[in-house]
Design a protein around this ligand. Sequence first.
Ligand SMILES: [Zn+2]
Length: 212
Amino acid sequence: MDVWDGLSEPWRACVQLAWEAYLAGSLPIGAVVADAQGNVLSRGRNRIHERSGEDGFLFGHRLAHAEINALIRLDYDRYDPATCALYTTTEPCPLCAGAARMSDLGELRYAARDPWGGSAAMFETVPYLRRGNVRVVGPADGHLEEILVALQVERFLHLKPGILERFLATYESVMPNAVRAGLDLYRSGTLKEMDVVEAAVRVVDQELRTVA
Ligand SMILES: [Zn+2]
């Protein structure tokens, strides 16, 4: 089955947002808050490299992370966060792990590990996070993870082609195929020709099959 077709509604929204972030020049990371039935209640995406943005979202700042943007857009008067899940394409950083706990979310689901900044382990080691009610679930599915990481690597190469040795080595030790696919996509420039998310996901998927 096509990867995109196999995604549930919250994951589809997250990947769509990640692709929007990619197209806007930020990091391809998307997040949503959904209720127990999987209805999407709020959306956010990475906006760190953008100079403009819609009202109510953080943008143009190092802290304009996808998860923060999804969390600050949730209507807490209407929805009980303890019954909601934060879905994010990428394992949350310390900032976003803390934000999920402080927002009193019931669950945190991430699709792709982040061997560099991923901090899901904080929920096991930091007493304040352990005492919360956030159930952490991830990574979601091996193939979706590889697609998201390849996309991320490709974006990082565009942003900072020179400095990545240590960063890439960290990723490579955990997900070598995704890194190789990201490098190939960067060199070929194929993603630049993509506009809709389904096509982009298919291209990355094909690249992963080539390097596997
Ligand atoms: Zn974050």
